[in-house]
Design a protein. Sequence first.
Length: 137
Amino acid sequence: MSYWLLKSEPNVWSIDQQKKEGLKGSMWDGVRNYQAANNLKKMKKGDLCFFYHSNIGKEIVGIIEVTKEAFIDPSDKKKRFFAVQVKFRNKLKKPVTLENIKKDKELKHLSLVKQSRLSVMPIDSKSWKIINKMGNI
């Protein structure tokens, strides 16, 4: 299993909207950065992802699960980019802010800190465990 972080602006798509999609989940689409798209292509069914509210909040607020591996993003007319299907797993009891992630020496290597504009990024298992602990899971 691999771990990931997916960013969304909460005024566009929030963790609560994701939760309302239920078991069928929703398509994670609209990614137009090649590095982020390549990360989507690497995702496997069952992989877990942190759900990060960007711009407003700047915090990890929940966990979602990949339910369908990469397919051509239907919103991309040129058919160059990909989407995945994801479903809600749970909310963190305590959101983990970017500020607190930056304060943790063991998390400074994360793309979230080094490549702040990247919308889809891998998370190593050690960092996954640290962030879950910070979020009271």
